[in-house]
Design a protein around this ligand. Structure first.
Ligand SMILES: NC(=O)C1=CN([C@@H]2O[C@H](COP(=O)(O)OP(=O)(O)OC[C@H]3O[C@@H](n4cnc5c(N)ncnc54)[C@H](O)[C@@H]3O)[C@@H](O)[C@H]2O)[C@@H](O)CC1
Ligand SMILES: [K+]
Length: 215
């Protein structure tokens, strides 16, 4: 089994793939979203009422793309943004435009958290860099309180992917689909407990290696 990697390595490999290899960020994002969409459809989930919760970073972008894919598939999905849309990354803004094209229903109602049969977590991924507070913490607590299982995109939000530690508050996922490689923090007791069933998605991001000339 290939080695687990750190957050820094994940970010380095992403950067290398986009800048050296030349695969655009949105292509990687689309591949990440398709992998999550496939794992959601084939997973042990009740897909009657899906709530996708998205932050303003690229983890959120993955989430917005997953919501759009589920919508096109004809499922009852709603998208809840927890970040500031105007602070969103360029990729996430583009994903919001595409989701709007397909009339992906949006919600701000916390009642939709209670009514969900599945919550898809696109709040934070490997970009989590400080304890979760404020509105983000409130939403994570509300999701943890309901029965609906959580599907986490890349990293269960609130978990430090290098240590598995909870940064303030974190979601406990039934399943996590992480991009490219397992993360070292997922192998700790806390990491395993929050990640649930782990899938690793090949999205075209690989460590620079002698087999693949980097220059
Ligand atoms: N780089 C790429 O093109 C790809 C990235 N991918 C996705 O992008 C994610 C990484 O995206 P980002 O680097 O944008 O970061 P995240 O989307 O993980 O985090 C969002 C932003 O939240 C802020 N933040 C950190 N800790 C916070 C806290 N405690 N409270 C409030 N805000 C906080 C940071 O500014 C961070 O940029 C990966 O986990 C993965 O899901 C994948 O789509 C693969 C391709
Ligand atoms: K996440």
């Amino acid at each position: 089994m290939t080695d687990a990697i750190t957050v820094a390595q994940a970010q380095e490999y992403d950067h290398y793939t986009m800048e050296e290899v030349g695969i655009p960020s949105l292509v990687l994002m689309e591949r990440a979203a398709l992998a999550c969409y496939r794992d959601i459809l084939t997973g042990p989930f009740d897909l009657s009422r899906i709530l996708v919760v998205a932050g303003s970073g690229n983890n959120g972008g993955d989430g917005v793309a997953v919501a759009r894919l589920l919508r096109i598939h004809g499922l009852n999905v709603r998208l809840m943004l927890v970040g500031q849309p105007d602070h969103a990354t360029e990729q996430t803004k583009q994903q919001l435009k595409i989701a709007a094209h397909y009339q992906t229903p949006m919600t701000t109602e916390t009642a939709d958290i209670e009514h969900a049969t599945l919550v898809v977590d696109g709040i934070f991924g490997v970009g989590l860099s400080r304890p979760v507070e404020g509105h983000y913490a409130t939403i994570i607590h509300q999701i943890n309180e309901v029965d609906a299982p959580v599907f986490a995109i890349d990293v269960p939000s609130g978990i430090n992917a290098d240590t598995g530690d909870v940064l303030g508050v974190a979601l406990t996922a039934r399943m996590t689909t992480t991009m490219g490689y397992r993360k070292i923090g997922f192998e700790t007791t806390s990491g395993r407990q929050h990640v649930g069933q782990l899938h690793v998605a090949d999205i075209g991001v690989y460590a620079p290696s002698p087999l693949i000339p980097s220059k």
